[in-house]
Design a protein around this ligand. Structure first.
Ligand SMILES: [Zn+2]
Length: 202
């Protein structure tokens, strides 16, 4: 998870997110089997319209695991507060509730939500404050200097997104080796081209 700055919502979302949220809430409440479909704006699904905004914010990396380029099934947007929980129905199209996310993070998180979860676009967030990266095990751990409460936030975030699952550990090792190999050869390095940028000491 690497910090990013959230820009302003695009106008089509600003103007319509509340109405879209209310419509979804009504549909879910009258038909529990109702399945969410992204609304359309001028004939295009809004997730397709939103993708360029998200990509710009995270340089194409997953907001949560920082993998790049992200693997998606068809939907690259995660609802931070899940759209399946009645209290959050109305947030289904809220700009601040939407994050560019890989398939893996979405599938691991699923319908889980906890107020302790860290958000990569929080003003106070930085990877180095909350986490340490082990260059030996390639695992991420809560920063030991944090208070118990803050450590719990870091741990909850690691657990809910599965940031230490085997696939991530292997992929981080490979990405780091690739980075170090290029550096040794004196090749041009564009940090954003590498997965898991927090592994790279700048
Ligand atoms: Zn991810």
């Amino acid at each position: 998870m690497r910090k990013f700055t959230r820009g302003d919502a695009p106008d089509f979302l600003k103007n319509k997110w509340k109405a879209w949220g209310e419509r979804y809430k009504n549909n879910r409440e009258t038909n529990p089997g109702f399945t969410f479909q992204w609304p359309t704006h001028e004939g295009q699904k809004i997730n397709t319209l939103l993708e360029p905004f998200f990509k710009k914010q995270t340089d194409g990396h997953c907001s949560f695991c920082d993998n790049f380029p992200i693997r998606t099934n068809e939907d690259s947007i995660d609802h931070f507060k899940p759209k399946s929980i009645p209290a959050y129905y109305e947030l289904v199209c809220e700009w601040e509730n939407l994050y560019y996310s890989c398939h893996n993070c979405q599938q691991t998180k699923l319908e889980q939500y906890d107020d302790l979860l860290l958000r990569p676009d929080d003003l106070d967030f930085s990877f180095d404050v909350y986490f340490i990266y082990s260059y030996h095990s390639h695992k991420i751990d809560p920063n030991p200097i944090l208070s118990d409460e803050e450590k719990l936030r870091a741990k909850t975030t690691i657990d809910i997104f599965g940031l230490n699952d085997e696939g991530h550990i292997a992929a981080r090792r490979i990405s780091l080796e690739r980075y170090e190999g290029k550096k040794r050869l004196g090749e041009d390095i564009e940090v954003n081209d590498f997965a898991y940028r927090f592994t790279i000491i700048e």
